[in-house]
Design a protein around this ligand. Structure first.
Ligand code: FNR
Length: 349
């Protein structure tokens, strides 16, 4: 029962914390080491203030957008997050149905607890997130499965040449899925492959992936403008400015703080997305103003899922939608494309 229920994303986190096994809550909530980057992501949004325009008379904003050819009801995607069955018994298909009802893009994680085929069976609009595996034949088989399942873009996570150091996990002794759950995409015949996060991953692998698929290719986890430039030179179609929600390199810069420099380096050649710390409609406006075409949300979706399954994710997405619509209206913008740094819509102080 959601009445009176959570009225914002923060309330959903509280509700999720009440429902989840504490070790599982910690898995979702935590970041690396001192969790300074987790805090910095949200603090960066809190620090930036909007300067709205008035009397523009544009009427209610339209939130629809298109990201790399995929239409979406709003510029908010579901970031790829592992292990949804830890949050809710049905797992990823519940999340996917909520995404489909909201008309938004779900980036399905390679480390999902339900296979990409079974997630796609919900009819949701999917992109597929990949950790390239040293076994290139296996990596290619994942790409082919994602294509066959109808995924409309490939998101390659590049901030994970090793796993970040998670101390809450150490304290809780939580490092792996419980025996009744597994990474369904890693299953081959009778066994489940171990995922490899390899420090050997390089631009050569991006070149290989580029020639492997005609799907739009995005790199997720870029913070440095020179890497953004290299990405464009390697034929990448989009960049997700991200520090993995503060779960990889602790003290990595806040995503929002890195967005202007990356936007300057890319100079409009490919669309930019941002994730990390987006909790409010005004956060979306700030990211758009600093150069993002869209944002993605990780933990907010998990809090909705853990609280009430599909209904909880739906509610989180509708809260964000309502907040974004309100923020755009109050900024004097008639749509996401109108929010820029210097004129029209929200302007940052
Ligand atoms: C993640 N993230 C992530 N990213 C990725 O590329 N592959 C993955 O398997 C996962 N798994 C994962 C699990 C959990 C529990 C979290 C919280 C995050 C990172 C995710 O895509 C995204 O970058 C962050 O979650 C964004 O930050 P917020 O919105 O959670 O603050």
């Amino acid at each position: 029962d959601l009445t009176p229920g959570p009225v914002n994303v923060r309330d959903f986190e509280t509700a999720a914390r009440d429902r989840l096994d504490p070790a599982h809550y910690d898995y979702f909530a935590s970041g690396a080491q001192d969790e300074l980057t987790v805090a910095a992501n949200e603090a960066a949004f809190r620090r930036r203030m909007l300067v709205p325009r008035v009397l523009r008379g544009g009427g209610p904003p339209r939130l629809e957008t298109t990201v790399l050819g995929t239409p979406a009801a709003m510029p908010v995607l579901l970031a790829p997050t592992a292990f949804h069955r830890l949050a809710w018994p049905e797992g990823e298909p519940a999340t996917a149905r909520a995404a489909a009802s909201a008309g938004v893009i779900m980036i399905a994680a390679m480390l999902s607890t339900v296979s990409i085929e079974d997630i796609a069976a919900t009819g949701a609009t999917l992109w597929f997130q990949l950790y390239p595996q040293p076994d290139m034949a296996f990596t290619e088989s994942l790409v082919r499965r994602a294509e066959a399942a109808g995924c409309r873009a490939l998101v390659v996570t590049v901030d994970s040449p090793a796993l970040g150091r998670n101390e809450r996990g150490d304290r809780n002794g939580f490092h792996d899925l419980p025996p009744d759950l597994h990474c369904a995409n890693m299953r081959e015949g009778g066994h489940v492959r171990q995922v490899v996060l390899s420090p050997h991953i390089s631009w050569a692998d991006i070149g290989r992936l580029r020639s492997m698929t005609t799907l739009p290719l995005l790199l997720k986890g870029v913070l440095h403008p020179l890497d953004a430039r290299l990405a464009v030179e390697h034929g990448v179609d989009g960049i997700i400015v991200s520090n993995h929600g503060g779960r990889q390199l602790d003290t990595a810069a806040a995503s929002l703080d890195r967005l202007p420099a990356v936007a300057e380096a890319v100079a409009g050649r490919v669309p930019l997305l941002l994730d990390g710390g987006v909790r409010r409609g005004t956060d979306v406006v700030k990211a758009l103003a600093l150069g993002a075409t869209a944002v993605a949300v990780g933990r907010p979706v998990l809090w909705g899922l853990a609280t009430a399954g599909e209904a909880g994710v739906s509610r989180v997405l509708s809260l964000l939608r309502t907040e974004l619509e309100n923020a755009l209206t109050l900024c004097g913008a008639t749509g996401p494309g109108e929010v820029t740094r210097d004129e029209l819509g929200g302007i940052l102080a």
